[in-house]
Design a protein around this ligand. Structure first.
Ligand code: MN
Length: 240
């Protein structure tokens, strides 16, 4: 059995989400062969050298899971793209590039965070190109901590303000972009997060029936995609 989750937005201010995640690690994830975390695992990440005690605690919990034999894979989201190799080494997880194609449930499956599918949000796409290249990443991770904290706060408040102003269909995926990307990668199943609109959408890729599975964000409840002999099951679960 394999589990896929995303958009937990782990933060000290939401102990209920943290608890639910730790419960998942001690429960269902223990029995999983692999756990895939498809981005926005943390609400914010300003560098592996700036881990808070809270983030250390999450790191150690992941480590216990990977030590117990469950492979843990982590993909960057738009909130935590500064997670680096040092964190992954400490947590015992493997950083997955976005996009990645893996073998899952007997087929080739495309995994993405999902932000790059929202191509109509031109402002965001421009900002992403600006921040997510090698040079910017190097500069960002070498800025003094105080400056990184200030920058992170600024980016978050701007993103909040803009999301409220943007039409709701801009912050969802571009419908034409999905089959284009899937055809280019030669897959009939795509799993992504980011949009906080959990669903399984049917579509046609290269004349064949295909599906786009959108993972849910963790807020009032959690979401996980479980892949086993029964197939792909996307389901919410209550926090206890
Ligand atoms: Mn996101």
């Amino acid at each position: 059995m394999i589990l896929l989750i995303s958009d937990l937005h782990l933060q000290e201010e939401r102990p209920d989400i943290t608890r639910a995640f730790l419960d998942l690690l001690d429960g269902r994830a223990r029995h999983a062969r692999a756990l895939y975390i498809l981005g926005d695992f943390f609400e914010a990440w300003i560098g592996d050298d700036a881990m808070t005690p809270f983030q250390q605690q999450i790191c150690q919990a992941l480590r216990r899971l990977s030590d117990s034999g469950t492979a843990v894979y982590l993909m960057h989201g738009n909130r935590d793209f500064l997670i680096g190799q040092a964190f992954c080494d400490a947590a015992g997880c493997t950083l997955l590039s976005d996009p990645s194609v893996i073998e899952l449930g007997g087929e080739r499956v495309l995994l993405m965070h999902g932000d790059t599918l929202c191509t109509r949000d031109l402002g965001y796409m421009k900002m992403r190109r600006l921040l997510r290249n090698r040079l910017s990443l190097w500069v960002l991770t070498h800025l003094p901590l105080s400056m990184r904290r200030r920058l992170a706060r600024k980016l978050r408040s701007e993103s909040r303000a803009q999301t409220q102003m943007k039409a709701t269909d801009i912050v969802d995926v571009t419908p034409e972009e999905v089959p284009r990307v899937m055809a280019a990668q030669g897959v009939l199943t795509l799993v992504h997060g980011h949009t906080h609109r959990p669903a399984i959408h049917k579509l046609v890729v290269d004349g064949q029936p295909a599906r786009r599975i959108v993972l849910g964000d963790w807020d009032r409840r959690g979401w996980a995609l479980q892949v086993d002999e029964q197939g792909f099951q996307l389901a919410p679960f209550e926090f206890t």
